[in-house]
Design a protein around this ligand. Structure first.
Ligand SMILES: [Fe+2]
Ligand SMILES: [Fe+2]
Length: 187
């Protein structure tokens, strides 16, 4: 499947705003891949399909979880929205032939994970700063991301952790671990 075919397929699976978000993520992922010397084509592909599982129905989610023996942790049980990352990785592999690096980037794009490589970090942050995203500080974050991926992710994580805590949503342990790791590496 070439990137145009992937786009056509995605249009059938996603609402227009989410499709546009996916294309925005694709563009930002390519831009960052160029800056950081990662494979631009793979980055485009991963950015484009990272949310492929975001609009699955409850039934479809259940089928996939059972069919592929996907482990659902405690936090995911409470906040099933998180699951679209793991499910997206499986769909990317099974239906789009994604390689391991792309699968991992998709798997980690929502909670983050301390095992993320540079490629996964690009997809993580591209998702949060793509051109359709509007929130206080997004422009500043775009600038930081072009200079320092880890710093951009750290700023994002602080934001996510604060927001979830305010709303009473449990922060995923992987998110907290990644923050610890990034803070440790800064010293
Ligand atoms: Fe997502
Ligand atoms: Fe996304």
């Amino acid at each position: 499947m070439n990137i145009e075919e992937v786009k056509e397929e995605l249009k059938t699976r996603l609402s227009t705003p989410r499709y546009e978000h996916s294309v925005g993520t694709m563009k930002m992922a390519k831009k960052l891949a160029k800056i950081y010397g990662e494979d631009e084509e793979q980055a485009e592909f991963a950015g484009l399909i990272h949310d492929v599982a975001k609009e699955l129905t409850k039934d479809e989610i259940e089928k996939l979880v059972n069919g592929y023996d996907i482990e659902v942790d405690e936090v995911e049980k409470q906040n099933t929205k998180l699951l679209h990352a793991k499910l997206g990785a499986v769909i990317a592999r099974e239906e789009f032939g994604a390689n391991k690096e792309v699968q991992d980037a998709i798997r980690y794009h929502t909670t983050g994970n301390k095992k993320m490589d540079k490629f996964a970090k690009i997809i993580y942050i591209a998702d949060k700063i793509e051109e359709n995203r509007i929130y206080d500080g997004v422009d500043k974050l775009r600038k930081i991301a072009e200079k320092d991926l880890d710093e951009a992710i750290l700023v994002m994580l602080e934001h996510v952790i604060e927001k979830n805590t305010q709303r009473g949503i449990k922060v995923h342990p992987d998110t907290l671990e990644l923050r610890e790791e990034l803070i440790k590496n800064k010293r």
